[in-house]
Design a protein around this ligand. Sequence first.
Ligand SMILES: Cc1ncc(COP(=O)(O)O)c(C=O)c1O
Length: 475
Amino acid sequence: MNGKAHDASILNDAGSGEAGSWRSRDLAVLWHPCTQMREHPDTLPLLPIARGDGAWLVGHDGRRTLDAVSSWWTNLFGHAEPRIADAVARQAHTLEQVILAGCSHPPAVELAERLLAIAPREAGRDPLAKVFYADNGSAGVEAALKMAFHWFRNRGDEPRRTRFVSLHNGYHGETIGALSVGDIPLYRRVYAPLLLEPLFAPSPDAYAAREGQSAAACAEEAADALAHLLDEHPGEVCALILEPRVQCAGGMRMHDPVYLKRVRELCDVHGAFLIADEIAVGFGRTGTMFASEQSGIQPDLLCLSKGLTGGFLPLCAVLATQQIYDGFLDDSRERAFLHSHSYSGNPLACAAALASLDIFETDDVLARNRDTAAKMAGLAAPLADHRHVADVRQAGMIVAFELTRDGNKATPFEPSLRVGLHAYRAAVERGVLLRPLGDILYWMPPYCIDDEQLALLADTTRAAIDAATSGAAQA
Ligand SMILES: Cc1ncc(COP(=O)(O)O)c(C=O)c1O
């Protein structure tokens, strides 16, 4: 139940009680990620969280807020999931951390074995065979990019293969390399002088399809454009990186699985590696364990993070083929992959990931998610008729709502109206943490979300859209 959720405004009691005290102490010392700090606390309420309980975030006053974004898409089975918490505690009493260069430990080995066993496979292609650990998503993307580049350096016969291809509207993280292959102007533009210059291919985004064009036709068209781009740069590309099925930070824009199938073929034809960034979409988010499965393909490098540990601890696993791994075996240390992070393969994080994989098996999570996704579809469908909703789209446990002035794609709201921000405030006030991407609201809840919470989510989304758009359409 939503407990004592709405007896006081979460926006207006910002300075009072224990929550108020944490808020002031926080703002005195913290610099928050991805935040214009000037907006705290007046424009953007800061939510002090005392604890988590399943899909709820619980404030110091007991107020419950539904975590509809799985805490930046990390949480899978709810906050403080006891089986993962116990596994981490047991591991903490056994071995909390050890250098992974030169040392080994059971959780790192077991996790690698289990990830390789469930990784996407494609008939006739050598399976993913090795696991390299980094300690967050961006770091894993950096590792994958460097591996692809370095592999060709080691081979030595194609010195011009130094470029990456990535997609318009893609996102792969915030470190310099990962930011380079991303295309979200808000994050990228200011750093452009520092960044690598990848070749950008059109996004297969189905929302951008022409009137009457199917998602599959739109994806085929984007693949044709990619083919043309690769033709124009023969022997220059070492790897292509993309987010299979959903460009998440780019607005939960979804594409037909045929695109990835075509990309796989094109990478093979052009001798470039395919890096699948499943950091956000892996571990059941889009309906299958990994989104690449929906295209029946296997990438050469697969980046997994976020849900990898059930949302408990930072960890990234980069899965690579034997061919890539073998390209670094040599007498020379320079030809080795010397990339490292202090916490690579941290035992606590690996233990959390193993416990998370156990839950997938014992709770038949993918089957439950299919039921939940069907319920989400049923609750989202009526919102398609809302006069400010231009699109409702879904991929498994992700549902997105595109808001525009009059429900047409061609009439976006003026960005200065900050419709998404108003929706955020209205939703938080009603006990739901939505975190819109611009004017796109989305649901990406923990998999444990129940019927009552789903109903709250749907009701709140409608109320937040109403509140955020009232007046804005005329402005
Ligand atoms: C697809 C994708 N790749 C990479 C990252 C970066 O991961 P991290 O935030 O752990 O650095 C993100 C984060 O949102 C992501 O969505």
